[in-house]
Ligand binder design. Structure first.
Ligand SMILES: [Zn+2]
Length: 283
């Protein structure tokens, strides 16, 4: 099977650098309003990258960002991309109770729909934080009118992970009106390893990611889901002081080469919006 036959899902989580998990030990949500924002300019760069590669992608947008940059949201829609929800507050799902979670995803869906003028069907949890402790999250999403989620990472990791989850699309709790599309993993030597993007994509050489994604396309015969953040292509972002070493490495390594890597990735595989894979049966 050639790569061209499988269309993969390109996604971007629209949040600013100070929303990132690796910086959360030094920046509290109360500080967000007073920090210099970089998300609009960085998202514009991502839009240009997609436009150059003729790729339409899915933008999981934080409600907090949409409220501040409504024109950016409209440009995302106008350029043919899918608008989807990354929640409102960037709070991990496993740190919310079901009713707090419901309010968060309802507010973000309503705001995005009002600004973007399109129906919001997709959701991605902050830090892939739907897992074994939050099985109710899928029911709440379905009840609030979402049709799919891409929020589970079926690996072991210190921030996230649901190692017992299926590696590919499943109906949570047997629901027929809702699907979960886990982040992409590759099987190697009896292990399940992450290969969906983010820190791994920046830290390891490009060919490792290309090899892993190709292996999933060819061996599993499945579409991959790739994700990145606008702040990952922004080497000029303010440096946050006093971070633990691991957080510093995760957040700042290879920011300056990320744009070129993603441009290469956009050329090396076929990509489309998540909703086309989810609802048109390709995924
Ligand atoms: Zn996020």
């Amino acid at each position: 099977m050639t790569d061209a036959k499988i269309v993969n899902a390109m996604t971007i989580d629209i949040e600013d650098y100070f929303h990132a998990q690796a910086l959360s030990s030094r920046i509290s949500p109360e500080q967000w309003d007073s920090l210099p924002c970089r998300v609009e300019a960085n998202t514009e760069r991502a839009l240009q990258m997609f436009s150059d590669a003729k790729v339409e992608a899915t933008f999981f947008v934080l409600g907090w960002v949409a409220q501040r940059y409504p024109d950016l949201i409209r440009r995302i829609v106008d350029q043919g991309h899918e608008l989807a929800s990354h929640g409102w507050s960037h709070t991990r799902v496993d740190r919310q109770d079901p009713e707090t979670f419901r309010a968060d995803i309802r507010k973000s869906k309503a705001t995005l729909e009002q600004i973007g003028g399109v129906e919001i069907r997709g959701y991605r949890a902050a830090t892939f934080s739907i897992g074994a402790r939050t099985p109710w999250a899928f029911d709440v999403l379905a009840e609030e009118g979402y049709g799919y989620s891409s929020s589970v990472y079926p690996v072991r990791h210190d921030y996230y992970g649901m190692p017992e989850a299926p590696r590919f699309t499943f109906n949570p709790g047997g629901r027929q009106d809702f699907t979960e599309h886990p982040m992409t993993t590759v099987r190697l030597a009896g292990q399940t390893l992450p290969c969906s993007g983010g820190g791994y994509f920046r830290l390891l050489p490009y060919w490792v990611s290309r090899w892993a994604l190709r292996r999933v396309n060819r061996l599993d015969g499945q579409a991959c889901i790739f994700y990145f953040h606008p702040w990952e292509i922004d080497a000029g972002q303010p440096r946050v002081e006093g971070l633990p070493l691991k957080s510093r490495i995760r957040h700042y390594t290879n920011l300056s080469s990320m744009e070129a890597r993603i441009r290469r990735l956009l050329e090396d595989f076929s990509w489309d919006r998540m909703d086309r894979l989810v609802f048109d049966g390709a995924g």
